[in-house]
Design a protein around this ligand. Sequence first.
Ligand code: TUI
Length: 314
Amino acid sequence: MLKSKICDLLGIEYPVFQGGMAWISDAQLAAAVSEGGGLGIIASGSAPASYVREQIEKLCALTNRPFGVNIMLMSEHADEVAKLCAEMKVPVVTTGAGNPSKYMSDWKQAGVKVIPVVASAALAKLMTRLGADAVIAEGGESGGHIGELNTMVLTPVVCGSTSLPVIAAGGIADGRGLAAAFMLGACAVQVGTRFLTAEECNISDVYKQKILQANDLSTMVTGRRLGHPVRCLRTPFARNYLKAEYEGMPDDELEALGAGSLRRAVKDGDVERGSFLSGQSAALVSQIQPAADIIKDIVEGGEKLLRGAAQWVK
Ligand code: TUI
C-alpha cells in the first residue's frame, strides 16, 4: 500500500492530487477524484466567487471526502474567492500563478490547509515561513501557466529548501512519474493532463480526442512575450498566436486574441480559436477511464516500481 505523510495530513487514501484546471476542474471531476481516494480540486480560474460557491455546494452533495479549491492568483476575482474559501472553511486551498502571502493568515485562522504552487526555492521558503501546510513543486512540463524550471530540478530544489511535505507536478501521468517524483523527495503527486480523459471530466469531445492522439511533440508554449508562458496543444490557434507574438502584434491586440480562448477549447472544441491547455504528459495518455481507475493505475504502477527499486543496488 502506498502511503505518505500527506495522506494523514489531509485525510486522503492515496497521495494523488488532481490539478485545478481552469474551466475544467468542476465539482463532478473533483468529487470523482476524492471518491476515488485522491484529492479532488475545484478550479476557480477566472470565475467569480458565486461560481466557486456553487461548485463547492455541488461537490459536497456528491462526496463527504476532503477536497480542495485552487485559486488562480492572476484572476481579477482572486480576493473574493480567497475570502469565500475562508468563510466556507474548505478543507484545502491550493494557489497558482502568483504569491498568496496576503491571504495566508485569514486561511490559517479559518483552519484551511494551504498548499501553494511554488516555481522556485525562494517562494517555497517564504511560504514555509508564513505557515503553509505543504507546497506543490510544479515544473514546466505542466499544461497551462508555467515557470522556468522543470520537475526534475524543481522538485529536489524545493525539497531541499523546506521541511514541509512537497507535492510534485508537471509531466506526471502514471506510476513511473509517481515513483520518480518520490525518488526526487516528493511525498505526493499532482496530475492534471491525465484527468482530462477521465469519464467524469466535462470537456468537449474534440479536446479529449486531441489528448488521446497527442504524441511527444504535440505541445508548445505561447505567451512568453507578455510574461505569461502557457503550455498548450500545437493547434492552428496556438501556431497563429505564436506567430503574432513574434511578428510584433501590439500587446492589447495579442491579449484580445487570447481572451476567451480557454473557454472556446473546453466548451466548443474550437481548434481555430481555442487554446487547448495540456502538459507534455498527453503523450502518455491513451484511454478514457473513470477517475478512480486512473488513480488506481498511477498508485499501483508506482508501488510496483518503488518495491522493485532495490534491484538496482547490488
Ligand atoms: O497556475 C497554474 N496554471 C495555470 S493558471 C491558468 S489560467 C491562465 N490563463 C491565461 C494566462 C495565464 C493563466 C492556466 N494554467 N499553475 C500553477 C503555477 N504557478 N505554475 C507556475 C506558477 C507560479 C509561478 C510564479 C507560482 C508562483 C510564482 O511566483 C510568483 C511570485 O510572485 O513569486
